[in-house]
Design a protein around this ligand. Structure first.
Ligand SMILES: Nc1ncnc2c1ncn2[C@@H]1O[C@H](COP(=O)(O)OP(=O)(O)O)[C@@H](O)[C@H]1O
Ligand SMILES: [Mg+2]
Length: 51
């Protein structure tokens, strides 16, 4: 199976003077796979999906 999405050391903040919402995120998603992003409210799921 081949990798269709690779995330390498992703950091994201909504503003320069705000803390990082995502920090050093690494993942690979294989084709034809199903993946869930879970975690508490506010942990960054939507931000990751948008990225
Ligand atoms: N447009 C935005 N501007 C500033 N901060 C945001 C914005 N969207 C989300 N955040 C903040 O980023 C963090 C992660 O939010 P979010 O990705 O929506 O989490 P989840 O989807 O896991 O509930 C939270 O602290 C939230 O307040
Ligand atoms: Mg969300």
């Amino acid at each position: 199976m081949s990798t269709i999405i690779t995330v390498h050391n992703l950091d994201f903040k909504y503003a320069e003077d705000k803390p990082s919402v995502l920090s050093e995120v690494n993942m690979e998603i294989e084709e034809n796979s199903i993946r869930a992003i879970d975690g508490l409210s506010g942990c960054g799921k939507t931000t990751l999906a948008l990225a």
